[in-house]
Design a protein around this ligand. Sequence first.
Ligand code: ADP
Length: 175
Amino acid sequence: MSTRLEAVEGDITLEHVDAVVNAANAHLAPGGGVCGAIFAAAGPGLREACEALGGAPTGEVRATAGFGLPARWILHAVGPVWHGGDQGEEELLASCYRRSVELAADLGARSLAFPAISTGIYGYPVEPAAEVAVAAVRSAVEDHPLDRVRFVCFDRRTLAAYRAALGQAPGARRR
Ligand code: ADP
């Protein structure tokens, strides 16, 4: 059975999927961007759960409950900071996507939503990041199939990058 991959414009905290991925920092602490939005929407229980985990290395993923989110689980993926591309950023970013799919499958999740990890405060250029994301997820679901993987893009440029990486026409945008 093949996994459906899709890109939409939206706010990941509102996604009704089994698991949402957070673009986390290595301390698994509340931050800005999508991380701040997820902590705010999930409520104080998330901060306690993350403190108990004690951090994670770049490229790795840790699971917590979803608390106040519609999603049952939050997968905290520590993306790489962009340093120009010669410090293993691509492999570390691919690892975030691959490990998230693996962890989702281990937990029994069938649907998963990703933000554009590392492309905000961490500075990874969005077009190559979208290519890495789509390639890593396509490869990971071969061994760990899910029903649906959704790339939730916060702006149109990010959506266009994902649509291109997925080989979809830009006009297919959801309104
Ligand atoms: P990082 O530190 O990994 O770069 P950011 O949160 O700064 O993480 O940015 C990652 C991406 O998440 C950016 O494209 C940003 O616009 C987007 N983003 C911010 N808030 C949300 C949200 N509520 N839902 C989905 N994506 C979001």
